[in-house]
Design a protein around this ligand. Structure first.
Ligand code: COI
Length: 350
């Protein structure tokens, strides 16, 4: 697979900002300057990778990722602070989750140190693409996949760990609250499957469902558990929380729920606010009967949910500045953007 480790381009002028209309940023691909590539061949450990110019690459038509879906992705963000620092949020947690996923998909993986170092290198090599404070973030996309050819027999001769980054704005444009559809036929994850890791195979199989829901005017889909079809699991790409009085609940990590880094952080912040947090099975009726519902994720951050429709019946929830979701959003983003002191050790300055 190309590219081979070419030297980092020096022809790019060292401007503070790339030529981007930051106000128009959505959540889409923007080609940046550089990416990180490391390889692992024939069962050895991952070699030290390097920064190379961002480019398309060649891959064997027989690569394991193309035929057998042997691939994982991660998502995390870098932030530019008002006082000119650059910080990333809990990168070690993404490194650990990548390792758990690699283990599930029979792939070797980089050490957490190598993972975090790769993230830092990519951020620095694309520094001018980090949006000004308040205008967006640099979304970092690490991927790990079987790049070597394999037809039927194990082992896969080569793996690639690659990290690139794109400046992004809000993932959900509608700040006033999402309108979700509870999907009662198609399931996202099943017991003993890969729902609990960030396998690339978890997403495309539910695109059709998501597209149909969007065509009906919904913002996103909430999936139910495959075993009973009675309990809520997660959205297309974010975890769900419900609020009733002083108790906040979220589905327990059981192999079908993605252990979100934002989910974990929000559980801690919610407890700091004095709420009781329960990680448990959440029947649909329980959610429909909530005062407030919100979702969390690297892309979604904390997004309030205005309504949920189940079998054509719509239930509405509290939204707005006084909601817990709004308070959690403010607290989390204050930490992520370096506006308050990080007493939790979650941010890493580059
Ligand atoms: C993330 O939040 O990082 C995700 O993986 C969601 C993706 C659909 C952008």
């Amino acid at each position: 697979m190309a590219p081979s480790a070419q030297p980092l381009t020096t022809s790019v002028p060292d401007e503070k900002y790339a030529n981007v209309k930051w106000e128009d940023l959505g959540f889409g691909f923007v080609r940046t300057d550089n990416m990180y590539v490391a390889k692992c061949k024939h069962g050895e450990n991952f070699q030290e990778g390097s920064i190379v110019p961002f480019a398309d690459f060649h891959i064997s038509p027989c690569a394991a990722v193309l035929h057998y879906g042997q691939g994982l992705y991660e998502g995390l963000k870098a932030y530019r602070t008002e006082d000119g620092r650059i910080i990333i949020f809990r990168p070690d947690q993404n490194g650990l989750r990548l390792q758990a996923g690699a283990d599930r998909l029979c792939m070797p993986y980089p050490s957490v140190d190598q993972f975090v170092s790769a993230i830092k290198q990519v951020v620095l090599a694309n520094k001018k693409w980090i949006p000004p404070p308040g205008k967006g973030t640099l979304y970092i996309r690490p991927i790990l996949f079987g790049s070597g050819p394999i037809l039927g027999s194990f082992p896969v001769p080569e793996y690639t760990f690659l990290v690139f980054a794109c400046p992004v704005g809000r993932y959900h444009k509608d700040n006033s609250g999402l309108n979700l559809k509870i999907e009662d036929k198609v399931r996202r994850a099943f017991p003993s499957g890969t729902g609990g890791v960030k396998s690339i195979t978890n997403y495309c199989p539910v695109w059709k469902t998501l597209a149909e829901a969007k065509a009906q005017g919904f913002s996103d889909v909430l999936f139910l558990d495959a075993a009973t079809g009675k309990n809520v699991e997660e959205l297309f790409a974010s975890n769900i929380f419900i609020v009733k009085g002083n108790v906040v609940s979220t589905p327990q990590i059981s192999g079908t729920i993605l252990p979100g880094v934002t989910r974990k952080s929000i559980i801690e912040l919610t407890r700091d606010f004095g709420y009781k947090v329960e990680e448990r099975v959440i029947p649909v009726e329980d959610l429909l009967d909530s005062e407030e519902v919100f979702c969390t994720g690297t892309a979604a951050i904390v997004t309030t949910i205005a309504s949920v429709t189940f079998k054509d019946k719509k239930s509405s929830f509290k939204t707005g500045e006084k909601s817990l979701a709004a308070k959690l959003f403010a607290t989390l983003t204050d930490i992520q953007m370096g506006r308050v002191e990080d007493t939790k050790g979650w941010t890493v300055e580059i």
